[in-house]
Design a protein around this ligand. Structure first.
Ligand code: NAD
Length: 336
């Protein structure tokens, strides 16, 4: 017979699934979060802790097993040839040290190189180029399929409609983040306030809401931008450079926007120095970030590390402490 303690925990686990599903729907589908990210993160971590104690409770439907979000019915759906996954998160230094140890042990290596970059707070997008021409753009959705937002994406000036340079692969799915510069966001919200229109809670919601407009004329008026940081489908595979760092350099040659705040990191102290450095300039960056991301730099090593259910084993998002307080975002408390 299970004890009361276990019963209570099972009930808490079930409640968390319901509560988190409600928060995810508001955030990913409606672009209208009802609690700050730090609150969502706290509940999500509690879910993971309970699953750590009781792995037998995990079902394929558990929120920990899938990438959040679902396609809006109003857009046609695009199946991703290569799934668009999430990232595992770390909040503490000890989690980062454990990540590096796991990578080194799995690769039987004394030292692993990581590509350090910013974790942009926007929404993930996949851009499909065939022979250098932008043919289709899709949101992440549930990771397996997303929304076809091609017409809207084509209104974003930072995204090239045609790639440049000599070495263009036959098929290239560029993955990256659509976001809004803070200055643009504030200007847009001020204008909305003047006109008595709805203001957005933050640049991330403004970017997501703007991209998922059914009328692309509205999207065209919204100041969206883009940074590339990954790839999906690729033909021929031989086009792929050996490392993530070289891929981003190749993207620059293709005319894609890549953030300059990136560096190859060769040890835990170098990783921490990068984290602290970025943390110190976070408030003065012209866009929102919520952490930094470390990716094993070598693609051969990435392939050897592979994936867990919803995230790659070769990457880690190292989050910064929340900038927002529960009461300052939307003033709504969560009851679970
Ligand atoms: P995530 O945001 O933690 O990590 C994955 C995403 O990071 C990718 O999909 C991509 O869009 C983004 N990203 C930014 N920079 C990147 C880079 N350099 N390389 C690779 N990816 C990069 O995971 P998630 O599954 O999208 O969602 C979790 C996040 O959403 C958490 O921060 C959580 O707080 C927030 N959230 C909040 C609520 C809420 O109610 N407030 C609800 C759901 C989710």
């Amino acid at each position: 017979m299970p004890s009361n303690g276990v019963n209570d925990l099972a009930k808490r686990y079930a409640d968390l699934q319901v509560q988190l599903a409600r928060l995810e729907h508001a955030y990913y589908v409606l672009d209208n979060p009802i609690v700050p990210d730090s609150e969502y993160d706290r509940l999500y971590r509690e879910l993971l802790e309970i699953e750590g104690l009781h792995p037998e409770w995990i079902t394929p439907e558990s929120l920990s097993q899938r990438v959040g979000g679902a396609a809006l019915k109003s857009f046609s759906s695009v199946t991703h040839a290569v799934p668009m996954l999430s990232l595992n998160n770390a909040f503490e230094e000890s989690e980062l040290i454990a990540f590096d140890r796991r990578c080194r042990e799995a690769l039987h290596a004394d030292q692993v190189d990581y590509a350090g970059e910013l974790k942009f707070d926007g929404l993930a997008i996949s851009l499909r180029y065939e022979n250098g021409i932008l043919l289709r753009a899709a949101t992440r959705g549930d990771g397996a399929s997303g929304e076809d937002v091609t017409t809207n994406i084509k209104t974003i000036r930072a995204i090239p409609l045609r790639l440049t340079g000599k070495d263009i692969p036959a098929v290239l799915e560029v993955r990256g983040e659509v976001f809004m510069y803070l200055e643009d966001f504030e200007r847009m919200n001020a204008k909305a306030a003047q006109l008595g229109e709805k203001e957005f809670a933050n640049p991330r919601n403004a970017a997501a809401g703007s991209l998922r407009q059914l009328d692309s004329k509205i999207t065209a008026k919204r100041p969206l931008s883009f940074f590339a940081y990954g790839f999906g489908a690729l033909e021929p595979q031989s086009w792929l450079p050996a490392t993530h760092e070289e891929l981003l350099n190749a993207y620059v040659r293709l005319g894609l926007p890549v953030c300059a705040e990136r560096r190859v990191l060769k040890s835990v102290p170098e990783i921490l120095a990068f984290y602290n450095e970025v943390g110190a300039k976070r408030a003065s960056l012209p866009y929102d970030i919520d952490g930094v991301v470390y990716k094993v730099n070598s693609f051969a090593e990435q392939a050897r590390l592979g994936f867990v259910s919803r995230a790659p084993r070769f990457a880690l998002a190292h989050k910064f402490p929340a900038q927002e307080a529960l009461t300052t975002v939307l003033g709504i408390d969560v009851q679970v």
